[in-house]
Design a protein around this ligand. Structure first.
Ligand code: CA
Ligand code: CA
Length: 356
């Protein structure tokens, strides 16, 4: 019968002890993993600039709220900012002693959260929020809601500044932008006083990263580009078409924009309407409201004849206003008053003689 030697027994016992030690160590390690009762992301939010990296620290705490220096969990990052540049998942090392610094870059302006979570234990998580402001201006847009413009009619051009990440540079209230155009006759009203082309009228200062500026052109042309320039940045608009003035309703009635009657209305508009704020308001309203009416008139021949008759007194008045001096206008007004008074007196007498 083979009996184990003392040496074999000693070796087996040693092996058993080593195995026991390994198991105990593993259990101990498990225990230390389970010891982390919370993880903290610091700082507790704040402000950040789009595209500028900043550091955050993730620290694990045990049940006694001491730093869990043996924390060996794996953490992942998430953000409300889909374009954020976040750290890759990270497994804590012993050398971290329960705390590790990471770099985060947020890029979308507004309030953005950053969340950290233990990938094996979802209850170990923390989230903080940063107020992200736009970065330095890197581009502009030059737009208008009106791409079919009439000569002499003012239209609004909107200039907006953006940072490199597409955020409106809402913090910019100081940059002066210079406006220009491929049309040498385009003029602007930068100071908004209704007078175009004054000294300095082609510049305007950003307000919360944007501004509206009135522009107009007195010559018709196609493919006009409006340009905004500030520092080294130059931005072009889409191509605009400035068309000759169309009096929509009259054009529909007379069948051609070249009719002499339309020139009378055009001259009246430029002399008596475009020179004062109520007149300009009237013209702007007319341009908004009249195109569908004009389309309807153009499709109905009998209506066109009626409109031509209706426009005749208006043309007489416009023509009289344009071709007379102030003295003649006063004389016409006086004559009209006399006619009205005379008619009123006559009507009164007729009525009296009937009742008598
Ligand atoms: Ca925190
Ligand atoms: Ca002006």
């Amino acid at each position: 019968m083979i009996t184990p030697s003392r040496l074999t027994i000693a070796l087996a016992f040693t092996a058993l002890l080593v195995a026991l030690a390994v198991i105990l160590l593993a259990i101990n390690n498990q225990t230390s993993l389970a010891q982390a009762s919370r993880i903290d992301l610091t700082p507790e939010g704040g402000s950040a600039t789009a595209g500028t990296p900043f550091n955050v620290t993730v620290t694990a705490y045990d049940t006694s709220d001491n730093i869990d220096t043996t924390y060996a969990g794996t953490i992942g990052f998430a953000s409300s900012d889909a374009a954020a540049v976040l750290p890759a998942p990270y497994t804590f090392q012993l050398a971290d002693s329960g705390s590790h610094v990471f770099s985060v870059t947020l890029v979308t302006s507004g309030n953005q959260s950053v969340t950290v979570v233990d990938t094996f234990n979802g209850s170990l998580t923390d989230s903080e929020s940063w107020s992200v402001s736009a970065g330095a201006v890197s581009s502009y847009t030059v737009t208008s809601d009106n791409y079919s413009l009439e000569t002499s009619i003012a239209f609004t051009v909107t200039v907006t500044a953006y940072d490199a990440y597409g955020n409106v540079a809402t913090g910019d209230n100081t940059t002066v932008v210079a406006m220009s155009s491929s049309s040498p006759t385009m003029i602007f009203d930068g100071n908004g006083n209704g007078l175009f082309g004054e000294a300095g009228d082609n510049t305007k200062t950003l307000s919360a990263g944007t501004f509206d500026i009135q522009a107009k052109d007195n010559t018709a042309a196609e493919g006009i580009i409006i340009t905004a320039s500030a520092g080294t940045i130059t931005t072009n608009s889409s191509a605009y078409t400035v068309e000759n003035f169309r009096c929509f309703i009259a054009t529909a009635a007379y069948g051609t924009p070249m009719a002499g009657e339309i020139q009378v209305l055009r001259d009246f508009r430029d002399k008596y309407l475009m020179t004062n704020p109520p007149g300009r308001l009237f013209v702007a309203a007319y341009y908004k409201l009249s195109p569908p009416v004009a389309t309807f008139i153009a499709d109905h021949d009998s209506l066109r004849a009626g409109i031509r008759i209706g426009l005749t007194p208006l043309l007489w008045l416009a023509s009289a206003a344009l071709k007379t001096t102030l003295l003649q206008k006063l004389a016409i007004l006086a004559l009209a008053l006399v006619v009205v008074l005379f008619t009123a007196v006559c009507l009164r007498r007729i009525r009296r003689s009937r009742t008598a």
